[in-house]
Design a protein around this ligand. Structure first.
Ligand SMILES: [Mg+2]
Length: 412
């Protein structure tokens, strides 16, 4: 019921909301909760094209130039790699002791169901959280890369038909050390550099119990950005868990006044009820979920409209498969899934996720990493008219795996 009402209020009419348009009684009888649960259970991958088993022979963590990679090899000589999100220097014992060994001898085609077995393996569920899910994501990305190379399909195609090859992005400022005037100048520079049609900037003080980064910065910055950057730029703001609901609603009203696209993480990220209070009060969408690690808590957020846009992080939340399940649940409620990105290379996984996910919202995050990875791909990575182009080629699309890994050392 609440899903229908929220969709009408915010104008995000999905199929459940359209049912509601037929009359209030329809909305009340739609079993949205069980539909969300069903969406969670539905498989996300289609690997039927790979007829023979793909037995995993090795899973290795490698390091080169400060970047950590996972390389998976099958007994038949197939290979796939992933690029970690920079947490590997701390999390690598979890990866090497509790995650990598589990996959040896397993059929990679069963990855979707293997993830639950991994969760139970050696009581890994007791570690549920970023440290465990990141390690899972690294091996999952590598396995999907390998399966894509075997099937001659991109990572995205393993999940479903490719529905977009260009992904509109916002360029993100990560700063809070600026005055409002300095931040506007900084944002102008980011737009010039990237040709972005959308931006995101930080407000509040970051996990700060209502304290601002500088006194009065947020209230001045929001209208100043609109005034100086013009009416056509799409604006996103992220408070990184800064506020209690009354303060978040006040700031949200300022964002409503300037027509922001969304307000990200208004309240402490794990306080779902407080976040919902803000979501209920505001007319602009509230986005959240970048630190969320629990499938059932995402389910709660979707069933109860705790946010308007869900943001699983492809690394922090354990990979593409779990994130695709969130998107399937969100689709039932007519909610977009705009994944959060961690790690320099993370935007590549975002592009593949966006290639097959029907509702990704308006803009995806970009933090200006294209130059670092441009030549790993063929054709090289590029931006066109405020959009990133999804990499071509099988798997993740890295054209020369051996070249990228040349000189890499094993991390034990
Ligand atoms: Mg954020």
């Amino acid at each position: 019921m609440s899903i229908c009402r929220r969709q009408i209020l915010k104008g995000a009419c999905g199929s459940a909301a359209l049912s509601f348009l037929g009359g209030a009684s329809v909305c009340q009888t739609v079993s949205t909760v069980s539909d969300v649960e069903k969406a969670l259970q539905k498989p996300v991958l289609d690997l039927s094209q790979i007829k023979s088993s793909v037995i995993i022979d090795s899973v290795e963590l490698l390091k080169k130039d400060g970047e950590y990679f996972v390389r998976v090899r099958s007994k038949d000589g197939a290979e796939g790699i992933s690029v970690s999100n920079g947490r590997a220097p701390v999390f690598h014992p979890i990866f090497n002791q509790l995650v990598a060994p589990f996959f040896i001898g397993k059929d990679a085609r069963k990855i979707e169901t293997l993830l639950f077995d991994l969760y139970r393996h050696r009581s890994n569920y007791k570690l549920q959280g970023l440290a465990f899910w990141c390690a899972q994501a690294w091996v999952e990305f590598a396995i999907l890369d390998m399966l894509g190379r075997i099937a001659n399909k991109s990572m995205g195609e393993l999940f479903g038909p490719i529905i977009r090859k260009e992904v509109p992005f916002y360029v993100a400022s990560g700063r809070r050390d600026t005055t409002p005037q300095q931040e506007v100048e900084y944002l102008k520079g980011l737009i010039e550099e990237t040709d972005a049609k959308a931006i995101k900037f930080r407000i509040g003080g970051r996990m700060s119990r209502n304290e601002d980064a500088l006194p009065g910065r947020t209230e001045k910055l929001i209208p100043l950005v609109r005034a100086k950057l013009g009416d056509t730029i799409a604006i996103h703001a992220d408070s990184n868990s800064s506020y209690d609901p009354p303060h978040a609603i006040e700031v949200g009203r300022i964002l409503e006044d300037i027509g922001a696209v969304y307000f990200e993480e208004p309240c402490p990220f794990d306080h779902l009820e407080e976040t919902k209070e803000v979501t209920d009060a505001l007319t602009i969408p509230v986005a959240g979920g970048e630190q969320e690690f629990s499938e059932r808590r995402f389910q709660w957020m979707i069933e109860n409209r705790g946010v308007d846009i869900v943001q699983p992080d492809l690394h922090y939340y354990g990979g593409m498969i779990r994130s695709a399940r969130v998107a399937q649940m969100a689709a039932v409620a007519g909610m977009p899934t705009t994944v959060h990105i961690s790690g320099g290379f993370g935007f590549i996984y975002m592009l593949h996720f966006a290639s097959f996910t029907p509702d990704i919202g308006q803009y995806q995050e970009y933090k200006r990493e294209i130059e670092v990875y441009r030549d790993w791909f063929n054709p090289g990575l590029k931006i066109h008219d405020g959009k990133l182009i999804v990499p071509e080629g099988p798997g993740v699309g890295i054209r020369d795996v051996a070249g990228v890994l040349k000189g890499a050392e094993l991390v034990n």
